[in-house]
Design a protein around this ligand. Sequence first.
Ligand code: SF4
Length: 133
Amino acid sequence: MNNSLHLRGHHLICLQFYKGLGYDASFVKNLNRVVKAWEKTPALIVEGPDMVCKSCPYLEGEKCALSDKIDQKDLLALNLLKVQLGVLIEKQTVKNKLYEIWEVWKEKACKDCLWNEVCSEEVKTKTKHKRSF
Ligand code: SF4
């Protein structure tokens, strides 16, 4: 994979809630760069490890050692967002779809996620007041 901006399915959704936290300093440094770049440039949707994973301590070869459900979450994200691999997508486009996909994503993807608490306060407030993300 080259250095152009590329993201796997579940990161399209999860990065919308990024708050500067991560597994270690180099992961966070890379993630800051990726999130900033995605504000300006559309990201290519890819399968498997992406620009976020490349600095992750849990990446082992082509596999995520943190969870065996990551590929399923990628697929779920693509299905909910109605997008396909190999397509370019803007951060705002995903953001605009969050409200309509939120209930299913929360139920199926967030439940067993390590970062659930980090995202949940923002989500609770916005869904309670029916505000867009
Ligand atoms: S935990 Fe897994 S999916 Fe998440 S960034 Fe690391 S390798 Fe990628």
